[in-house]
Ligand binder design. Structure first.
Ligand code: CMC
Length: 439
């Protein structure tokens, strides 16, 4: 029996609501641990007045969709993609296989994987005109701004992407976007450095090719240390999806207007850019640099507790336990530092974590390190400037955004996103023309 059928068969699975304004009672069905907000709309004082609504800034307790992509249990610190624990995927899978899993809902056969890898590899090139507009950005343009603009601009190169009803067409855009994101990300990095753009190399793996487009200079063939390639691939896996987070919600919200997926994903990149979301990894590094040395830590922690600032890379809307991704990242950091040497900021990060995990302020609020706390240190070891950190997050998150978008456009229950508001402004003022007001 499905959950829905079970709920229908169980009369106890309902909420009895008594409206004390009218004395009326209502039965509201509970399905999958939720009530329909629309059912509350039936509760009203009179036909002239609007029905009851829920007020939930930031969607703290509102489910916006049904999804089979990612499962999170924030209290237990569990994260699964399509049912597979993140720990196993990070240890045994590859980013491209995880991307396949997220998009298709199941692991690929050998033939399916080979075809997928081939498709992604052969779509990594972008139209030559993309180079032209990327060169048009200022020398100090933030790479996330460049990425957001260039992903959005891809919609003009693929006008057929508007045909979102056609599964084959959707597949093509999904492949293109996963394939081209590293090219756009790498080129925004090269632009900031004033270096020539490097074209994709189809003989390299997805992650190796990305490193080649970032760092290749005059050598014939770019070769990266395998341990670094693997560490970056794991970081991409860890970022690949995270259910209804701010940027995914942006992709879904914009996608609900039935716009093409490039425009929807550009909105996701914009949301990710912010310091409370993907921009936190950049903010963590700047924070660690500002703290600078061990003796400054106590004063910094006091500042956080006094509400003057936040301990970036700590806390999460969903995880009220250690973020499982942060645990894996700590391990990846050790592997990377074995190749690159230890980042001196690591000592400050570890001390901050130690203090925070014991301090009542953080313990009481259940604030633990999140995915961004250590990832910046790894990225810095790769010699990425902090502005690039969120671009790396965006490349990793692209399959997740697209899996969620693909689910959204096929979900018959979905509608254009359009929240309600509580109006707090003036009403029925009489307009006096400017000439009279200023006379
Ligand atoms: N440092 C200090 N205090 C904090 C922090 C922090 N990092 N995070 C939350 N708090 C406090 C907050 O002040 C509040 O205290 P009080 O109850 O006294 O007012 C309480 O904890 C609850 O915080 P909140 O802001 O209501 O929680 P939220 O669920 O709305 O915010 C968050 C979640 C991730 C935006 C927040 O924890 C935060 O700003 N963290 C720092 C930024 C960060 O690391 N973001 C990356 C998130 S993980 C990756 C991603 O999603 O991109």
């Amino acid at each position: 029996m499905t959950d829905v059928a079970a709920a229908a068969a169980d009369p106890a699975a309902s909420l009895t609501v008594r409206d004390n304004r009218t004395g009326n009672e209502y039965e509201v069905p509970i399905v999958d641990g939720t009530i329909r907000a629309a059912d509350l709309g039936k509760i009203r004082v009179s036909d002239e007045q609007p029905g009851l609504a829920v007020y939930d800034p930031g969607f703290v307790n509102t489910a916006s969709c049904r999804s089979s992509v990612t499962y999170i249990d924030g209290d237990q610190g569990i994260l699964e993609y399509r049912g597979y624990p993140i720990e196993q995927l990070a240890e045994k899978s590859s980013f491209l296989e995880v991307a396949y899993l997220l998009i298709h809902g199941a692991l690929p056969t050998k033939e399916q994987y080979d075809a997928w890898e081939h498709e992604i590899t052969y779509h990594t090139f972008v139209h030559e005109n993309v180079k032209g507009f990327m060169h048009g950005f200022r020398y100090d343009a933030h790479p996330m701004g460049m990425l957001m603009a260039s992903v959005g601009a891809l919609s003009t190169f693929y006008p057929d992407a508007r045909n979102i009803e056609d599964p084959h067409n959707r597949h093509m855009q999904i492949v293109r976007m996963i394939a081209k994101m590293p090219t756009l990300g790498a080129w925004s990095f090269r632009h900031a450095q004033g270096k020539p753009f490097v074209y994709p190399d189809n003989e390299l793996s997805y992650t190796e090719n990305f490193l080649s487009m970032l760092f290749k200079m005059s050598e014939q063939k770019f070769e990266a240390d395998e341990r670094l390639v693997r560490a970056l691939d794991v970081l991409f896996i860890l970022h690949a999806d995270h259910e209804q987070n701010c940027s995914t919600n942006a992709v879904r919200s914009v996608g609900s207007s039935q716009v093409d997926p490039y425009s929807a994903v550009a909105a996701g990149v914009g949301a990710l850019y912010g310091p409370l979301h993907g921009g936190a990894n950049e903010a963590v590094l700047r924070m660690l640099r500002r703290i600078g040395s061990m003796e400054n830590i106590p004063a910094f922690i006091e500042g956080v507790k006094n509400g003057n600032e936040r301990l970036m890379g700590f806390g999460h809307r969903v995880y009220k336990n250690y973020d499982p991704r942060a645990k894996i990242i700590k391990q990846a950091a050790d592997d990377v530092f074995e190749v690159t040497g230890v980042n001196p900021l690591l000592k400050i990060a570890k001390e901050l974590e130690k203090i925070a995990l014991e301090d009542e302020y953080f313990v009481k609020r259940r604030l633990y390190p999140n995915v961004d706390f250590y990832s910046g240190l790894i990225y810095e070891a790769f010699q990425f400037p902090p502005e690039m950190f969120t671009v790396l997050f965006a490349i990793g998150r692209t399959p997740g955004w697209l899996a969620q978008w693909n689910e959204l456009v096929q979900d018959k229950e979905q509608k254009i996103a359009r929240p309600k508001q509580i109006y707090t402004g003036d009403r029925t003022l009489d307009f006096v023309p400017a000439a009279e007001r200023w006379a």
